[in-house]
Design a binder for this molecule. Structure first.
Ligand code: SF4
Length: 243
């Protein structure tokens, strides 16, 4: 069957809520986007979490929620927030995690409750761990396998920068081996620590275009659903943003 790449557009009747529960994290990734002087260092309380989930839920629209941090699984009430969002009627619930899954998250929620999205920046520890921290590849892939074995819908996010561009091509085989069916190839944002890096981490349009689309196609040919941002707009092309 011929593969047909399609451009995703945000739907007019859709509401996507990106809920940062806290800025704290157990890791110190080299490209971390959190900047505590701008984002603060507080944690949303259980009561505020409930209030905001109610406030942003719109029954007339398809409401989707994405729990983020810092590391959202460090929040002791994340499982409660997931159940609460489900009760309210959110269409999809996603947790973006670095893979550590604190507070025994897999014992407190079920596959019907949320999609788990794991961040990994390399196809092995040699590439991933200098970026995300020692032992992170092992912990992240172990928990990801556990989640798949329990029946969770999982996806994987790879943030591309000059540090790992050359290794992206090995990801489709790893995803297939792990059983991951959804792959987000993310461009590095020049925010937080990335702005202070001595070597530029951002890719040029040519570097992005010569590597990302072919790897995306390779993954798609293995039956993996791949999403990546176009990143560079043509002149006169509209910029679409989450509603
Ligand atoms: S990038 Fe994410 S996982 Fe890494 S230190 Fe920052 S918040 Fe933590």
């Amino acid at each position: 069957m011929a593969l047909k790449p399609t451009t995703l557009q945000f739907k007019a009747r859709e509401r996507n809520v990106f809920f940062h529960l806290l800025t704290a994290c157990n890791l110190a990734c080299r490209h971390c986007y959190i900047n505590t002087s701008q984002h603060g260092s507080e944690t949303v309380s259980r009561e505020t979490m409930e209030e905001w989930l109610k406030l942003f839920y719109t029954p007339e629209k398809e409401s989707n929620i994405i729990f983020l941090g810092g590391e959202p699984t460090l929040h002791p009430d994340l499982a409660h927030g997931i159940h609460y969002a489900r009760k309210l009627g959110y269409a999809t619930i996603t947790v973006d995690s670095n893979g550590f899954l604190f507070h025994d998250l897999l014992d407190k929620i079920g596959p019907q409750d949320a999609v788990l999205s794991f961040s990994l920046d390399g196809p092995d520890a040699r590439v991933n761990d200098p970026i995300r921290g020692r032992g992170v590849f092992e912990t992240c892939t172990t928990n990801l396998k556990k989640a798949i074995a329990l029946g969770f819908d999982v996806s994987l996010i790879y943030t591309v920068s000059r540090m790992n561009l050359a290794h992206l091509a090995r990801m489709p085989a790893l995803l297939q081996e792990l059983g991951v069916k959804r792959f987000f190839i993310q461009v590095i944002g020049i925010r937080g620590k990335s702005t202070a890096s001595e070597a530029p981490l951002q890719l040029s349009p040519d570097e992005w275009l010569s590597v990302i689309p072919p790897v995306a196609r390779q993954a798609a040919e293995l039956g993996i659903h791949v999403i990546y941002p176009k990143v560079f707009l043509e002149e006169g092309e509209d910029f679409a943003c989450a509603g």
